[in-house]
Write a protein that binds this ligand. Structure first.
Ligand code: HT7
Ligand code: ZN
Length: 876
């Protein structure tokens, strides 16, 4: 497969001013008429029109009214070239596609009988021939024609300008989008969906029509998405002065979708998972996900749509920035400092659990990649979540006001343009009169930097010298790294647990100072430090790095009890837990007896019973690092040892803190009407974590009864699913019956059936045979991405014990499923393929089986570019 390089970017040869699209929609044979006005791009100097097309049949091609013969153009793979084209061109193209055969869910496809599109990144070329690249922005007019009874609702981007009847029971609707946009933001929906709608007053006094479209029968689950949309609109007005620029904003939910949602201009298309919710079927996590994703897609209207990417290497320009914005939105919606910290902790967990491993594995790439084979493989945690951290660092360095100034300048300069990550950085620098040249390395260098800290206290001089040094491990194609510009927020915690006011070079710096580490090694001198402090480093996780400091247990216990920065307070607990988990893992591998010290259990008790702390924070503090995180810290990965060590700690907490956990369950009930507010969510989280620890203690029948009762009596999905999970993981006798009852009750709710599959797929009691049996269940359908992910991907990525069984049967299953899925949906297959990324770190027996499975997939003659890229990088 062909590798595409960022350095090879050239401007488009022709620009497109207007696009008129006509669709005669038919599942088997849709006719697409495309009329474009184009003009030569002075920035290019080329005279050849370049159009992309994939899986479509060309019927006719006309230039300025003249039909082109076979000699007038060339088709080379997916590229159609018209040489020696005139300066100004009206190009008319007629093509045919077959949406019902489109299992890849890219381009125009059929989902449960409705027409849906997904054009990012390169799906538009599966609809018509087009210069399908983000730097070609045009104004679109769209005419949709379809059978009226089957598809009463015809939607596209922008404003509805005309609709009417056609002969033969068909009808039409014409849509006009006033804003120039890249082709990846085009969308259409032809369906029998129904909507919840509302008029909403915007800050400038205009009124916008907001709609949430879903299948009939789901109107009882749209309210939270609508509320989230209104909150998003208001928030962007207030925080960034950005208004909705359309009279109508639509969200459409579909059950067949490769990702979470898509920000098409004025017509966002969502996976049902991020729209449908009511307390009966959705968990707290689902509600939070809906708010975040609705916000995310809405915020793209400015960061992505109004200002878009010059090329796909710049993807983080819109994704990193928009994730940062949705994170800030979620934080502001919680409102309290403690709630904000809990959100931040979640973000840190995601980074450590998924992004750090990516950054250390064969698919490691910079936030702005230099090359790719398949762009769909680069919608990654690095581009999204690390990209958001990079944006967050601007705010940490410049302050909130400085960041806002940078945003304002960015829009002032680039509204309506397709730009680069460097343009964003320049706007931040120029608006604040700062030199951010070195900051560029966050975009160009892959890998997670390590920051090592050392502290020296001089009791006589009452000074602290803090030395920070940085390094970054090699990543594919980047053996050596230059120093990053790293904001390190620090505090000094005194013996009484209070922050010692910071004075650096005679200048008071408050209780937390942001140190700017730019060299390989730097030192800072703090004066007026009356006693030996405990340093609190990287407060609020001020940079996406691994922070190393030789903390003693008592230092960590001190921070765990007192740090005024809640993220670092949590972090101290995680370090205490990780030390023990690593030691216990080694004990299991060596066949030694496991033992957990009182100090750790007492620290857990203290936090569990500290009523001054929010339940949500207590839950985070009691949550152990995941098996993935432990694996990342071990030299040779033995998944079973890791699992047993972690289970041992969970069970020990369950036994030794039994009384306190029972009390926490009692104290954190949420009677009355269900509400997804932060306080109630925190209570349920703590209660359900307590339940899971108790259930993990093998001989606790009372805990199993408690879980059984909760399962029976729960009036919301959060409590019901948590109780079912506790029963399954504890291998309770009642688990099988509960699973059956759960399925019987919710079999009509697709998203709950996904949970039912996922709960089983992730349980250590579910082996590969059981997964194969579940694949025969009438509700399983490998063509549906949500369903395939809930069973197959969950097993391969979250059931460490069974996936990694020593006979390699888990890996064999993985290979079969990657191959089978690839023939249907390369994007979903390639995400599953990533389950093997870290194969070289596993114990030799496992490694050998993994390599064999990878080679089996690699040996397939017919493989998509998507999967080929992931597998060949893993084997390289
Ligand atoms: N910008 C959207 C990306 C997306 C996507 C990419 C590839 C294939 C399918 C896709 N569906 C959505 C999602 C977002 O980040 O908002
Ligand atoms: Zn996005």
């Amino acid at each position: 497969p062909l590798t595409i390089y960022r350095k090879d970017y050239t401007a488009p040869s022709y620009l497109v001013d207007t696009v008129e699209l006509g669709f005669d929609l038919d599942p088997a044979r849709t006719i697409v008429a495309n009329r474009m006005t184009m003009r030569r791009n002075p920035a290019s100097g080329q005279r050849e029109i370049e159009l992309y097309g994939e899986e479509i049949d060309l019927v006719a091609l006309r230039v300025n009214g003249k039909t082109l013969g076979k000699r007038d153009y060339r088709i080379d793979g997916n590229l159609l070239r018209i040489p020696n084209a005139p300066e100004d061109v009206v190009l008319e193209i007629e093509t045919i596609c077959a949406p019902e055969k489109n299992t890849a869910l890219s381009g125009l496809y059929v989902s449960n009988g409705n027409f849906i599109t997904q054009c990012e990144a390169e799906g538009f070329r599966r609809i018509t021939y087009f210069p399908d690249r983000p730097d070609v922005m045009a104004k679109y007019t769209v005419m949709l024609r379809a059978e009226k009874q089957r598809y009463p609702v015809l939607l596209s981007n922008g404003n509805l300008v005309e609709e009417g009847e056609l002969p033969g029971g068909r009808h039409y609707a014409k849509w006009e989008d006033p804003f120039p946009k890249p082709s990846y933001l085009f969308a259409l929906v032809a369906s029998n969906l129904v909507c919840q709608e509302e008029k909403f007053k915007l800050a400038d006094g205009r009124t916008a029509l907001l709609q949430v479209w879903v299948e009939e029968g789901n109107l009882d689950k749209t309210d939270y998405a609508m509320q989230s949309l209104k909150r998003s609109i208001r928030w962007d007005e207030e925080r960034f002065g950005l208004e909705l620029d359309l009279d109508r904003f639509m969200i459409v939910a579909t059950g067949d979708f490769n990702m979470g949602a898509m920000e098409n201009k004025g017509l966002n298309i969502f996976n049902t998972k991020y729209v449908l919710a009511n307390p009966r079927v959705a968990t707290d996590l689902d509600f939070q996900g809906i708010e975040a994703v609705v916000g995310h897609e809405y915020f793209h209207n400015w960061t992505g749509n109004r200002v878009t990417c010059r090329d796909w290497f710049q993807l983080s320009l819109k994704e990193g920035l928009t994730v940062f914005r949705d994170q800030e939105f979620s934080g502001d919606m919680v409102g309290t400092d403690s709630g904000r910290a809990v959100n931040r902790i979640d973000q840190v967990r995601t980074l450590r659990q998924v992004q750090f491993p990516e950054d250390a594995g064969p698919m490691a790439h910079p936030v702005r990649p230099d090359s790719f084979v398949e762009i769909n493989n680069f919608y990654t945690v690095t581009v999204y979540e690390k990209g958001a951290e990079v944006v967050r660092m601007y705010q940490t360095l410049l302050g909130r006001e400085g960041f806002r100034k940078g945003m304002d300048l960015y829009f002032e300069r680039h509204d309506g343009q397709a730009v680069e990550c460097d343009d964003f950085r320049r706007a931040m620098a120029d608006a604040n009169g700062r030199d951010l040249a070195q900051f560029e390395r966050w975009y160009s260098q892959a890998g997670t930097p390590r920051v090592r800290a050392a502290m020296r206290y001089d009791a006589a001089a009452k000074t602290v010298e803090l030395t920070l040094s940085q390094s970054c491990p090699p990543t594919p194609g980047q053996p050596d790294k230059l120093p990053f510009h790293i904001p390190v927020a620090v505090g000094l915690v005194g013996r009484d647990g209070r922050d010692i006011p910071l004075v650096i070079d005679g200048e008071p710096r408050g209780n937390t100072a942001v140190l700017e580490l730019t060299a390989a090694e730097q030192s800072w001198r703090f004066t007026n430090v009356p006693e030996l402090p405990v340093p609190s480093l990287l407060r609020d996780f001020s940079a996406p790095v691994v922070l190393e400091y030789d903390y003693r247990d008592e230092d960590l216990l001190h921070l765990f009890s007192h740090d005024s920065d809640p993220v670092n307070r949590w972090e101290a607990g995680q370090r205490l837990a990780m030390e023990r988990l690593l030691k216990l893992t080694a004990d299991v591998t060596a066949g030694s007896r496991m033992q957990l010290d009182d100090t750790f259990v007492d620290a857990m008790r203290k936090v569990l019973t500290d009523d001054a702390l929010d339940p949500a924070f207590r839950e985070q503090a009691l949550l152990l690092p995941t098996e993935n995180m432990i694996a990342e810290q071990t030299e040779v990965v033995h998944p079973l040892s890791i699992h047993m060590a972690r289970q041992f700690v969970r069970a020990t907490i369950g036994t030794r803190l039994r009384k306190e956990l029972m009390a926490a369950i009692d104290a954190n009930q949420t009677p009355g009407e269900y509400s997804p507010d932060a306080e109630a969510i925190g209570k349920r989280a703590l209660k359900n974590l307590a339940l899971s620890y108790l259930a993990a203690a093998t001989d606790d029948n009372e805990a199993i009864d408690l879980a059984g009762q909760q399962f029976e009596q729960a009036d919301n999905m959060t409590d019901k699913a948590a109780a079912l999970g506790a029963l399954i993981h504890a291998r309770a006798q009642s688990a099988a019956g509960a699973l059956q009852d759960f399925y019987d009750e919710f079999q009509g709710e697709a998203l709950v059936v996904d949970k039912w599959f996922a709960l089983q797929a992730s349980a250590p009691s579910t082996d590969v045979g059981a997964v194969r049996a579940l694949m025969q269940h009438p509700a399983f359908n490998i063509r549906n991405p949500n369903r395939a992910r809930s069973l197959v991907a969950t097993f391969c990525m979250a059931n460490h014990v069974q996936f990694h069984v020593p006979d390699g049967s888990g890996y064999q299953f993985w290979a079969e499923q990657v191959i089978a899925l690839d023939a249907l949906n390369p994007q979903v297959a390639s995400r599953l393929a990533r389950a093997m990324d870290r194969w070289r770190r596993y114990a030799p027996v496992l490694q050998a089986h993994m390599k064999k499975a990878l080679q089996q997939v690699n040996g397939q003659k017919k493989l998509s570019n998507d999967v080929r890229e992931v597998i060949s990088k893993a084997l390289a």
